[in-house]
Design a protein around this ligand. Structure first.
Ligand code: URP
Ligand code: ZN
Ligand code: ZN
Length: 478
């Protein structure tokens, strides 16, 4: 009988720190050995010519989120996680959203019902707090954080989710007390509302004006406000989906002051621009790219690369928030055709994240291969309480691995995607570097674009408190 259930042989292992040639031996779903030459395993995979990296962890995805009267999301757990593994990912952290008036615990239970037995990859939940009542802040949230839902998101915009400054402060105070990491959507609600009304009054209704309704200054102002609230209460915060220079520089400024402020950016902010939203009639393709914050311009791509290179951003996510394009549930639904404010915000991207970052980042010399691993896997695990179980290759880690062909040229097309949406915003992009085998806890789940795992292979992950959520110890509070 063999010592190993699986041996991955002859590949070049890449972690956030190292690159070396070795075999990997897997036993009971975990990495049991990494060595120059291992004995034969019950199953063998020849990885020569391939990079062997930790499976992607995407810590910002939306699946099966309630639509608040708007169109239905195109992905639940089945299709969203299927798309994830095809794209080289092994763990997702979607959001369990609390509809206003509902209990947080009930919302989490609802998400479990949607996910349990229906996931192709491992998953944990961030919470979304929309209704921070005394019982939510006093009991439910601390209890859920202790139960392994150790991060949550709050919104500074969107009618159904926005928190005012007083609520943000109360939520930050609660997070500090229970050790949760707060993710903040930084865009100013009133400014967007005001701009939207002015644009509509001027007859500017097409999808492109979505981008003009929330320019960078709106994101920068909100980022500064969130940073200030965090500083006042000594609450570490993660500013998510940063789109360009202005918010990036706010985070850098905060970090230089020694504040615990972290940054996330996403695929769309280095590969799409606001011009993609053009198509000035409501029935053209601009709505395919409507997301918030909106993609900016090529100068913003460079600012984002600067933030990546200089360590302002710790994580690179997809913000996969998939809607259909066609049909009554799609971005082109009859109401959405009447004005940009009704176009659902969000784009699919979980499957394209790794290839686009590899191509634009590693191949074009902007980041190293080790930084690629850190940005797409290791830092997500560390930031969100999954390390050292997930996020690297070493003895004791879950055997979550992607075999990557760095020379494989592909064109991203809807017909090769595995998500539920009927389009990809990255249609036609050529990339070099592609996931060829995805391994979840020692089991091959995707191979050459085919899903070979089973729905239900994915397990729920109870997460530890994030070490990054530890207060710095200098509050203004009495
Ligand atoms: O447009 C986007 N990104 N929608 C998803 C929700 C969010 O704010 O992350
Ligand atoms: Zn957001
Ligand atoms: Zn999001």
């Amino acid at each position: 009988m063999s010592t190993f259930d699986l041996v991955i042989r002859g590949g070049e292992i890449v972690t956030a720190a190292d690159r070396f040639r070795a075999d990997i031996g897997v036993r009971d779903g975990r990495i049991a050995a990494v060595a120059d030459r291992l004995e034969k395993g019950a199953r063998e995979i020849d990885a020569s010519g391939l990079l062997v990296m930790p499976g992607g962890i995407d810590s910002h995805v939306h699946l099966a989120q309630p639509a608040f009267g708007g169109p239905k999301m195109a992905d639940g757990f089945e299709t969203g996680t299927r798309s994830a593994i095809a794209g080289g990912n092994t763990t997702l952290l979607p959001f369990a959203l609390q509809p206003r008036g509902a209990s947080l615990r009930a919302s989490v239970n609802e998400y479990h019902k949607q996910a349990d037995g229906q996931s192709y990859c491992d998953y944990g939940f961030h919470l979304i707090v929309t209704d921070p009542t005394p019982s939510v802040l006093g009991q439910e949230l601390p209890a859920l954080v202790a139960d392994g839902y150790s991060s949550f998101k709050v919104f500074m915009t969107y009618d159904a989710m926005v928190l005012n400054d007083r609520q943000l402060l109360e939520v930050f105070e609660c997070a500090r007390g229970c050790g949760a990491l707060v993710m903040v959507h930084c865009e100013g609600y009133d400014a967007i509302k005001f701009m939207t009304e002015r644009l509509e009054a001027a007859g500017k209704m097409a999808p492109y004006y979505h981008a003009l309704s929330r320019p960078q200054v709106v994101e920068r102002e909100a980022a500064h406000r969130a940073i200030s609230h965090g500083e006042l209460l000594d609450t570490p915060i993660m500013i998510v989906h940063v789109s360009g220079r202005e918010a990036m520089e706010q985070i850098r400024w905060a970090q230089q002051r020694g504040l615990k402020v972290y940054g996330e950016t996403c695929t769309q902010y280095v590969s799409l621009t606001a011009d993609d939203l053009k198509g000035l009639n409501m029935d053209e393709t601009g709505s395919k790219y409507v997301c918030s914050p909106p993609p900016r311009d090529r100068a913003s791509w460079e600012a984002i690369w600067e933030g990546i290179r200089t360590g302002v951003f710790q994580t690179f996510s997809s913000d996969h928030c998939p809607f259909y394009y066609e049909g009554d549930e799609g971005k082109l639904n009859p109401k959405a055709r009447t004005g940009f404010r009704w176009v659902p915000n969000g784009i699919p991207g979980v499957e394209a994240r790794l290839p686009i970052l590899f191509d634009r980042g590693v191949n074009q010399g902007r980041i190293t291969i080790n930084e690629f691993v850190a940005l797409t896997s290791t830092n997500h695990a560390k930031m969100y309480g999954l390390y050292p179980r997930k996020g690297s290759i070493g003895v004791g880690f879950d055997a979550d691995i992607v075999l990557w062909d760095p020379n494989r040229r592909e064109t991203i097309r809807q017909e090769i995607m595995h998500h539920g949406s009927d389009y990809t915003p990255y249609e036609g992009m050529s990339v070099t570097g592609w996931p060829v085998v995805t391994i979840l806890r020692g089991k091959v789940v995707a191979e050459e674009g085919r899903i070979v795992g089973q729905m239900g292979d994915g397990q729920f992950l109870q997460r530890d408190l994030s070490p990054y959520a530890k207060p710095a110890g200098r509050t203004f509070l009495p």
